[in-house]
Design a protein around this ligand. Structure first.
Ligand SMILES: *Cc1c(COP(=O)(O)O)cnc(C)c1O
Length: 454
């Protein structure tokens, strides 16, 4: 039995589908063995992503009803603005429809062709925005293993050398992604954010946070730093916001919303330029592509997400689930963060070479056996396509991510996934790899068609 329980009871329920073995097999064939192409009505437990998949609280649903749909200056905006100001300390608050709109608008104010953006790891949509500006996205993550507390940190020594050196690299911004989603969802420490502040001050460079998981980061800091005893996650989050010049965030994560994003800044002149872009592409700057009711629900979500009971449950359920998967025989990556559990398919399936997509083989078998949907983070996602349909370069690791939607699944759902995992592990030696039949050049994992290898 887990040593925690869900700190909520259930008020509205949604039935989940239980497709038969024949339906699952047919779905895989119909989808070209690509899990993104399987419709949600044929998924029992959906761990594809934690983005936009949260369950809202009763207070959020009632906030929806008090939404003010005025085009300009709605009460809903004032509520949202007040909550974001109190949380971040940044005076300039601009809502947008989702995270990638926020990062595109801010980054395109800071970057010109040939410039460099440096990060602990740019999330893939962030990298796309940097590259769309003609700039270069440089990742400087720290190396980490299962004993590292803050595997999300940026490598300060390398950052310092880069900024001090005469490489001529015109670094125009430093971005800390908290938590570091693309690098295992590991947290960033207070000391690391502080050190980035110092370096950015020395070199006159703006420091921004990609704060999509600011609350999970703050909670992990509270459990892994001996020096923050007695401080709440909200206080820790405020301290980290305090080091930066501003942030953007996808509110589909720690906004506990189904849609939304935000820009929050100190610099009024930069905010003015961003608002001009928001008017061009999102809408009037007090709604930014959202309905008034969305802003109300997000304001409430941003209050709930830093509650200690909620965050403890979030972290403890991820840890419990990681233990359950490990017990089922899956090689689990540690330490566990909050938003997902990662397993190493390369280690489970050593007989399938990277070119035959072992992580995809595990993803598809989890679906075949139990209609569980996960994502591959291996060669299909990170390899670069080769000529004639070969998978091209291999990824450094063949990972599968089990993402955890917020407040959606209970322990018994997680237990079910662990049981399915155990049945997959039992026949691991019989699993076969895949070859790519058809692929696009960009983000091929969404659209590729695959075939099992005989
Ligand atoms: C999800 C995410 C984004 C992009 O946000 P969307 O709302 O999906 O557009 C950016 N950065 C990080 C770290 C994310 O997790």
């Amino acid at each position: 039995m887990p040593a925690f329980m869900e700190p909520f009871r259930i008020k509205a329920v949604e039935p989940i589908p239980f497709p038969s073995a024949a339906e699952r097999e047919a779905a895989l064939i119909e989808a070209g063995y690509n899990i993104f192409q399987i419709p949600a009505r044929l998924i029992t437990i959906d761990m594809l992503t934690d983005s936009g998949t949260s369950a809202m609280s009763a207070a959020q649903w009632s906030a929806l009803f008090s939404g003010d749909e005025s085009y300009a200056g709605a009460r809903s905006f004032e509520r949202f603005e007040a909550v974001v100001r109190e949380l971040t300390g940044y005076p300039e608050v601009i809502p947008v429809h989702q995270g990638r709109a926020a990062e595109r608008i801010v980054l395109h104010q800071l970057l010109r062709a040939g410039d460099v953006s440096v990060s602990n790891t740019h999330f893939d949509s962030t990298r796309a925005s940097v590259e769309a500006a003609g700039a270069f996205a440089l990742d400087l993550p720290v190396e980490y293993d299962d004993t590292t507390s803050f595997g999300g940190d940026i490598d300060i020594d390398r950052l310092e050398r880069l900024l001090a050196g005469d490489t001529g690299a015109p670094v125009r911004c430093v971005v800390l992604t908290v938590t570091n989603n693309a690098n295992g969802g590991q947290p960033v420490s207070i000391g690391n954010a502080h050190a980035v502040r110092r370096l950015c001050d020395e070199h006159g460079i703006p420091f921004l946070l990609d704060a999509s998981r600011f609350a999970e980061n703050a909670y992990l800091v509270s459990t892994r730093s001996p020096d923050v005893a007695g401080r709440t996650p909200r206080e820790i989050a405020r301290e980290i916001f305090g080091f930066a010049d501003g942030c953007w965030a996808s509110l589909k994560k720690d906004g506990i919303g189904n849609i939304g994003g935000l820009i929050a800044l100190r610099d009024a002149a930069l905010a003015k330029r961003c608002r001009a872009k928001v008017i061009e592409t999102e809408g009037f700057p007090t709604y930014g592509g959202l309905a008034g009711r969305d802003l109300d629900a997000l304001a409430q979500g941003l209050l709930e997400v830093t509650e200690v009971d909620y965050l403890r449950y979030r972290a403890e359920s991820a840890r419990w689930f990681a233990d359950a998967l490990a017990q089922a025989g899956l090689p689990v990556l540690r330490p566990t963060g909050c938003h997902a559990v990662y397993v190493d398919a390369g280690q489970l399936l050593p007989h399938i070479p990277p070119q035959r997509l072992p992580a995809t083989a595990l993803v598809n078998e989890l679906y075949r056996v139990g209609a569980v949907r996960t994502t591959e983070l291996g060669t299909l996602v990170f390899g670069r396509p080769g000529a004639d349909g070969s998978p091209g370069t291999s990824a450094p690791r063949e990972l599968v991510r089990f993402a955890m939607p917020r407040r959606v699944y209970t322990v018994s759902h997680l237990q079910y996934v662990a049981e399915i995992a155990e049945r997959v592990v039992a026949k691991a030696a019989d699993l076969r790899g895949y070859r790519i039949v058809d692929q696009d050049d960009v983000m091929r994992q969404f659209t590729a068609t695959l075939q099992p290898v005989e």
